[in-house]
Design a protein around this ligand. Structure first.
Ligand SMILES: Cc1cc2nc3c(=O)[nH]c(=O)nc-3n(C[C@H](O)[C@H](O)[C@H](O)COP(=O)(O)O)c2cc1C
Ligand SMILES: [Fe+2]
Ligand SMILES: [Fe+2]
Length: 400
């Protein structure tokens, strides 16, 4: 893409990543892509805010050079040290040796350990301001949105918040940068939720603190480091993040995530009957075969739905391993306060449901029903399971 002016003297100079298969080496983005948004501010001093992963270095530098020679950069603001925002720093330093790096106090130490950079670095304090001509930068420490050193940078005169990972999402840019020009906002909101559940969820309390800290700041444009720039309705994206952050400590939406796995179809048949029961109530349901869908997508659904139904067979005295993997990740991401039901088939002495209950115990999930079926479910079993589905949905719907 070419540079895009977002306000007078403020340009997007980021890059799209459609090559990386796994973000953080872990989360699939092969289909969706991701953008590393960086911003160039021109004034008496020229400032680059956030960089990119060390891909497409030529394209990145080329975009800056369409506006100013890269050697004329005076400051490089590092809001966050994670290499998706700093990977090209070593090369950039060589091309702009006169530029001073501006970074928060905790970032300073990381700059040395990640890139062995100590010279021409200046720490900025929380709420410190820097006049770069007519424009004024103000730095807000926002620890743990996403790492301890993370901060956001605010341009005071034009009210632009460079929020880095905060309010970001997966999804490469598809020809437009701005919320008001995007015809496919639902895609970005969906990918923002997945990004939230994968990357940010653990840090929900810091997210709420950051939102509170910035609540009195007049923001016209939210310019995150991943995904769309929000200028038509910046409040919307803050509301999404606030709502999702609150799900860390309270019940989420009245909807159900139905997870299942099955080796020979017995548990799968039970799952179908459950769906019959659930669907009679009209409650929204996301269904996942845990062997087919990457946990990245499952986590997004688990994060936003308050009801979870888990169906899996017994495997070697315990739980079908792909389901155990998903529940492990639910623990890693602290997915709490769910209303749950458990079902599955076993051959002789069972063990799956016991293991499920044990695994979700630390997450304080309230288990309202458990059904273990020996071998294949009979028609009578399936009828009961359908009723269970109906009861479960009703319980969720009637919750306060
Ligand atoms: C590899 C394997 C290991 C199993 N281990 C156990 C076990 O330890 N205890 C048990 O009760 N059943 C065990 N079973 C039996 C299954 O739990 C039983 O066949 C069940 O009906 C499978 O449900 P599904 O058709 O949904 O896969 C095992 C089955 C397989 C294929
Ligand atoms: Fe990050
Ligand atoms: Fe990031």
């Amino acid at each position: 893409m070419r540079p895009v002016q977002i306000k007078p003297g403020i340009y997007w100079v980021g890059v799209n990543d459609r090559f990386t298969q796994l973000f953080e080496g872990l989360w699939p983005i092969g289909e969706e892509g991701v953008s590393y948004n960086a911003y160039l501010l021109t004034d008496e001093k020229n400032v680059l805010i956030d960089l990119a992963k060390s891909i497409k270095v030529d394209e990145f530098i080329g975009q800056i050079e369409q506006i100013i020679p890269v050697s004329k950069l005076d400051y490089i603001v590092i809001n966050h040290m994670e290499p998706d925002h700093t990977g090209i720093l070593t090369i950039l330093k060589k091309l702009a040796p006169g530029a001073t790096i501006l970074i928060g106090e905790k970032g300073m130490k990381m700059l040395k350990s990640f890139y062995q950079i100590e010279e021409n670095v200046k720490t900025v304090k929380d709420l410190e301001e820097l006049h770069i001509g007519e424009k004024i930068l103000r730095f807000y420490y926002t620890p743990f949105v996403h790492w301890p050193e993370t901060m956001m940078t605010y341009e005071v005169t034009q009210k632009v918040l460079f929020s880095c990972d905060g309010f970001g999402g997966y999804g490469a840019l598809r020809g437009t940068l701005f919320d008001d020009e995007c015809k496919d906002k639902d895609f970005y909101i969906k990918e923002m939720l997945r990004y939230y559940a994968n990357i940010v969820a653990t840090f929900s309390t810091p997210v709420l603190k950051a939102i509170e800290k910035l609540s009195s700041v007049p923001v016209q444009v939210i310019a995150p480091s991943h995904g769309l720039i929000w200028r038509e309705n910046p409040k919307m994206v803050v509301d999404f993040y606030r709502t999702w952050a609150q799900y860390a400590s309270s019940k989420a939406e009245k909807a159900v995530t139905l997870l299942y796995g099955s080796m020979y179809g017995n548990t799968e048949r039970m799952m179908s009957s459950l769906l019959n029961g659930l669907s009679k109530t009209g409650i929204p349901v996301d269904v996942f075969n845990v062997t087919q869908t990457h946990v990245s997508y499952i986590l997004a659904s688990l994060w936003k739905n308050r009801g979870v139904i888990i169906g899996a067979p017994t495997y070697e005295g315990s739980l079908f391993p792909p389901m155990a993997d998903v529940l492990h990740m639910a623990n890693v991401k602290h997915i709490k306060f769910k209303t749950a039901a458990v079902f599955g088939s076993y051959g002789w002495s069972g063990g799956a449901s016991k293991k499920i209950i044990e695994m979700v115990e630390p997450l304080k999930w309230q288990i309202v029903d458990t059904v273990d079926i020996n071998g294949a479910p009979t028609n009578e079993d399936l009828q009961k399971i359908e009723e269970l589905g109906y009861r479960f949905a009703k319980e969720i719907i009637e919750q306060p």
